[in-house]
Design a protein around this ligand. Structure first.
Ligand SMILES: [Zn+2]
Length: 279
């Protein structure tokens, strides 16, 4: 069963900017916009939620749950894994889980590392997750990348420590274009015909397409400010704002051609039938 695995990484970019609270609040409005569209399309998604966001907007988390979507973890305060020790990561996950559960989340089994920061150096995170009862992670960017990447992981979903499934983000895989097919900036900036072709190609081979979107990806009203994780590069910062009006329109077109699914449904399918290679 191959589908496009639909996900929103629920985070508040204002938290990473100095005096971020002076900027317009965007998370509730943009999340509701996603929820409205998902309802219209009749699709279920996974929301990877930062603990801090759940504490700030517990009512929003409740709306996500009531709409039938899946909740999963995205770090308590969106710390990249190389900034944590195994012990610190465990505590961070426990806070993240508590924040989601306090907001009405139940049966949380999934995790996505902030900035896809799970690499060969932080592979210990898989063990911690398995130990805490998680069944899957979607945290690896299986390519060379200026920020994080684990090219040797391979592009396929497979079992890792403790029977946990890792679902690496799906890449174009064309020489010179080892970037995600349907995620954030790449989905907004790359030509849509290419995105559509790559999704069809993966699904045609029976492989799922792992995606990620953020509240800011559809926020056309957000003020311009430098995003701190871009190292003061104005060109990259400009890309943060391009094509935001296209995201929901493009997803609308895609859902007419391809099946969409939440992560947990796909992981259930893997667990039921497949016994992937272990490492
Ligand atoms: Zn994130």
């Amino acid at each position: 069963m191959s589908s496009l695995l639909l996900s929103v990484d629920l985070e508040d970019v204002r938290d990473w900017v100095k005096d971020g609270a002076r900027y317009r609040e965007g998370v509730p409005e943009n999340t509701r916009n996603y929820l409205e569209q998902f309802k219209r399309w009749g699709v279920r998604a996974t929301f990877f939620v930062v603990g801090e966001v759940a504490r700030r907007y517990p009512w929003l988390i409740k709306e996500i749950v009531e709409a039938g979507h899946e909740l999963a973890c995205h770090g308590d305060i969106h710390l990249q894994l190389d900034k944590l020790t195994p012990k610190g990561f465990r505590a961070d996950m426990q806070r993240n889980l508590a924040a989601l559960e306090n907001a009405g989340g139940k049966g949380i089994e999934g995790f996505r590392a902030p900035t896809f920061s799970l690499t060969a150096r932080t592979a210990w995170a898989h063990e911690v997750l398995a130990d805490l009862g998680f069944t899957y992670s979607s945290s690896v960017l299986p390519a060379v990348n200026p920020l994080y990447g684990w090219p040797k992981f391979g592009k396929d979903a497979r079992k890792v420590a403790g029977g946990l499934w890792e679902l690496p983000v799906t890449l174009h895989g064309i020489p010179g274009l080892s970037v995600p097919i349907a995620g954030g900036v790449y989905f907004r900036v790359l030509p849509f015909f290419l995105t559509r072709w790559a999704i069809g190609k993966n699904l045609g081979k029976g492989q799922p397409v792992i995606t990620y979107f953020h509240p800011y990806d559809i926020d056309c009203k957000q003020e311009r400010f430098m995003h701190p994780d871009l190292g003061d590069k104005k060109y990259l910062n400009m890309l943060m704002y391009i094509g935001r009006d296209k995201v929901l329109k493009r997803l609308d077109i895609l859902h007419r051609s391809f099946p969409f699914q939440a992560y947990k449904e796909y992981v259930n399918y893997l667990q039921a039938g497949a016994s992937g290679p272990t490492s």
